[in-house]
Write a protein that binds this ligand. Structure first.
Ligand SMILES: Cc1cc2nc3c(=O)[nH]c(=O)nc-3n(C[C@H](O)[C@H](O)[C@H](O)COP(=O)(O)OP(=O)(O)OC[C@H]3O[C@@H](n4cnc5c(N)ncnc54)[C@H](O)[C@@H]3O)c2cc1C
Length: 436
């Protein structure tokens, strides 16, 4: 944890997730690496832990390995915003209306799955259905939202609705947007407490979680696999890779299909309650319609604003200052009255994108995987973990709508997204052109 110095940081600002103040992922669940386990799961985030829970409840002996600590990846760093997948509708329509309907319907199951797990395992993570508002940055973006609703309603019922500019202040205290789209079923939660609660539930179910094991080799053997970190090894009948945006060279098949993209968030210092009520009157989860996405929300206790988006820099000494300044600038476009509010936290994490913008789960040469949530993974990773576990158990009640989708890479892509700066620049230029 490093103290931060720019003039807009509070004197005690840190580059660590705000969420970690309550629930910092730790290696306290560390155990010894057994020589064998029926199932080995690599990666202890939402995907790996949900899979472990389903497998352990069905009686499988499971070991979860994480290079750092359970929840250390995106699962304890995200915005904590989860809802139905209306945004995926257009992408899914590439496979026809039936597939689009099935995929959006499954997103409701995914959301319900999180609610059920939180309920059954009594995880205290501030889960609350507060709804969502996506502001249109131009009148044309507002019209596009209406057109998308029409396309959806031709295929399936949809309870999302447009909020015109005149009524916008009921959703968000800004004139920056030109109206927007509201989605009632959206929820917010405290992600680090959710993933910490999952880790405890998984432990209670008898799973061995071993932290600090960075798996570097996966070898096929007659009776399964041998998984090793170079020093220690463990044999397994089945292996699940649940490493998503942190997937490295361990398994080239996945590395060639997952595009790691960094996303970052800043948190303000506590703000007066009158300001919070004016800026976020319904305590909704919020976002802007730019191609280069911005997302924001109140902290679960309603005292701070957390504002997230893309990073400008990924390396260099001034990464934190540059990215935080960029996010703050975007936040001030929406809420100019926060110009004097100090920034108390900055952090970032890795998301896993895919070339077709859809998540994938399946099996390749005997190795199971679930990944590629394209920045929207709280519900989907949790659900995919559960679904891939069912498949590993051979008890899948209903195959996921995603299972038969082709999972493709592209020529000249080997895991380093060299094209990303160009793509982001292009999208940013289009955003700026739209808003000129
Ligand atoms: C800043 C940010 C904001 C986000 N906001 C939202 C949001 O508001 N709503 C939403 O739905 N989604 C959001 N997401 C996306 C969401 O957090 C992810 O999709 C989700 O957490 C993925 O979970 P996972 O378990 O698949 O991966 P992760 O949680 O990333 O876990 C992967 C784990 O694998 C481990 N690992 C990697 N390689 C190895 C190895 N070789 N050996 C052992 N362990 C290994 C890592 O240590 C890590 O703990 C956000 C993501 C980020 C980064």
């Amino acid at each position: 944890m490093t103290k931060l110095k720019s003039r807009f940081f509070t004197h005690d600002a840190v580059n660590e997730p705000y969420w970690w103040e309550d629930a910092k992922p730790t290696a306290t669940l560390e155990a010894d690496l057994p020589s064998h386990s029926e199932v080995v799961i690599v990666g202890g985030g939402f995907t790996g832990l949900n899979a472990a829970l389903t497998l352990a409840r069905a009686g499988r002996q499971v070991t979860v390995l994480d290079a750092e600590a359970p929840g250390w990846g995106a699962s304890s760093r995200n915005g904590g915003m989860l809802g139905p997948g209306w945004a995926t509708f257009d992408t899914a329509m590439a496979y026809g209306p039936d597939k689009a309907r099935a995929i959006v319907t499954e997103s409701f199951q995914a959301l319900q799955h999180v609610k059920d797990v939180v309920d059954q395992e009594r995880i205290d993570c501030d889960l609350a259905v507060v709804g969502y508002f996506r502001g249109a940055v131009t009148p044309r973006a507002y019209d596009a939202m209406g057109a998308q609703l029409e396309r959806i309603r031709k295929v399936m019922p949809c309870d999302a609705y447009l909020v015109p500019y005149a009524e916008q202040h009921g959703e968000i205290g800004t004139d920056f947007y030109h109206g927007g789209l509201a989605i009632p079923g959206y929820a917010g939660l405290h992600p680090a407490r959710y993933v910490a609660g999952l880790a405890h539930a998984v432990k209670r179910a008898g799973v061995n979680i071993v932290a600090g094991v960075r798996v570097t080799a996966l070898e096929r053997q007659a009776a399964g696999f041998r998984v090793s970190d170079g020093k220690r090894q463990i044999g397994a009948k089945q292996v699940l890779l649940a490493t998503n945006g942190y997937t490295g060279p361990l398994y080239p098949f996945l590395q060639r299909r997952i595009i790691p993209i960094r996303s970052a968030i800043i948190a303000t210092e506590p703000l007066p309650s009158a300001v919070m009520s004016r800026l976020m009157p319904k305590r909704r989860m919020l976002a802007g319609s730019q191609r280069v996405v911005t997302y924001f929300r109140p902290s679960p206790d309603g005292t701070r604003i957390l504002f997230g988006g893309r990073v400008l820099k990924v390396t260099g000494e001034d990464v934190v200052e540059t990215n935080a300044a960029h996010l703050r600038k975007q936040m001030l476009q929406v809420f100019p009255e926060l110009a004097d509010a100090g920034i108390s936290h900055y952090w970032h994490g890795q998301t896993g994108f895919t070339f077709d913008k859809l998540p994938h789960l399946g099996q390749h040469e005997g190795v199971y995987y679930a990944c590629g949530y394209n920045g929207t993974g709280i519900a989907r990773a949790s659900w995919f973990g559960h679904k891939i576990a069912q498949r590993m158990l051979g008890i899948e009640d209903e195959p996921s709508a995603y299972e038969d989708l082709p999972f493709r890479s592209r020529h000249l892509y080997y895991g380093k997204p060299w094209f990303l700066p160009l793509v982001v620049l292009y999208y940013e230029m289009r955003d700026r052109w739209d808003q000129r």
